[in-house]
Design a protein around this ligand. Structure first.
Ligand SMILES: Nc1ncnc2c1ncn2[C@@H]1O[C@H](COP(=O)(O)OP(=O)(O)O)[C@@H](O)[C@H]1O
Ligand SMILES: [Mg+2]
Length: 278
């Protein structure tokens, strides 16, 4: 396999490292099969099992079509596994719930609501007192640098700003876990770098458990505590790698040998998978 070979033998990271912290997310032997109109079965996820410890920034990376979005939909309770179970905070996922915040690649703000109204939407539905809502909304608009845009409508915002609102809206609901599906995938590379820094800062303050899906290896290594590398056909977890890079991380980190070594390992794994397919 030449230059992309993974030189170090893989050993499963010791979960004992996190033994005193309960898993915030537990995916237990989850399979997902789709039925084609002709009746053929397609296995999108095959016996996927892993745990994400509380407050961890977990990144799932894998080729297009390996089931990354499916895994997040199942965790969000928007679809049901064909086999297996998913637990969030020890509770089995049996449908959608406010305990799981989602940020998608496509812009999902309510276009008829202002920035402020978008962020307070879930809080109002939960019937929180208005002074409490105001405090929370002010806090998260501040966190994402949009206090001066509270009265704007989504169509008046750039793509990066819309995703900042989506992050504020998700966090305002104080979810147990934040599920992010290629949230910066549609942004230009400069904005993407800014958003990665913003997310690291906001996450550092909130200490939420994050499951972040991307197919961008740099993004995975920059953001993650752990990188869960998936393979395709059928979709499965190939390896779980700890990212041995201290925080806080700035953009300079991409030049560090540890960063480049992680990238090489992940590339090797993804390369293996491509070799298997073709
Ligand atoms: N509703 C569906 N019906 C049939 N196949 C689907 C459906 N949704 C996704 N798939 C297939 O399942 C696989 C995994 O999809 P997805 O989770 O979107 O992958 P990823 O997000 O990693 O690109 C893909 O091969 C996709 O074509
Ligand atoms: Mg996807």
């Amino acid at each position: 396999m030449g230059a992309l070979a993974v030189t170090k033998p893989y050993t499963m990271p010791a979960l004992s490292e996190y033994a005193d912290v309960p898993a915030r997310l537990r995916v237990d032997k989850v399979s997902l099969r789709y039925q084609s109109p002709k009746g053929e079965t397609f296995t999108a996820l095959d016996q996927v099992s892993f745990e994400v410890p509380d407050q961890q920034f977990a990144v799932i990376v894998g080729p297009s079509g390996c089931g990354k979005s499916s895994l997040l939909y199942l965790t969000a309770g928007l679809a049901e596994p064909s086999e297996g179970e998913i637990y969030v905070g020890g509770q089995k996922v049996e449908g959608p719930g406010a305990d799981r915040g989602m940020v998608f690649q496509s812009y999902t703000l309510f276009p008829w609501l202002t920035v402020r109204q978008n962020v307070e939407f879930g809080l109002k539905r939960r019937g929180l007192p208005s002074n409490e809502i105001n405090t929370i909304v002010e806090h998260y608009l501040g966190e994402v640098g949009l206090k001066n845009f509270a009265g704007h409508f989504p169509k008046q915002l750039s793509g990066g700003m819309m995703q900042r609102v989506a992050i504020a809206r998700a966090l305002a609901n104080d979810p147990q876990i934040l599920l992010m599906d290629e949230p910066f995938g549609a942004l230009d590379s400069q904005t993407r770098l800014q958003m990665q820094q913003l997310l690291l800062r906001v996450w550092g303050h909130s200490k939420k458990t994050v499951v972040f899906v991307t197919h961008d290896i740099d993004e995975a290594v920059l953001l993650g505590d752990r990188v869960y590398v998936m393979g395709a056909r059928p979709g499965r977890i190939k390896q779980i790698l700890d990212v041995p890079i201290a925080r806080p991380r700035t953009l300079d980190v991409v030049m560090e040998p540890e960063f480049i070594d992680m990238k090489r390992q992940i590339l090797g794994l993804l390369h293996d998978d491509l070799a298997e397919v073709h």
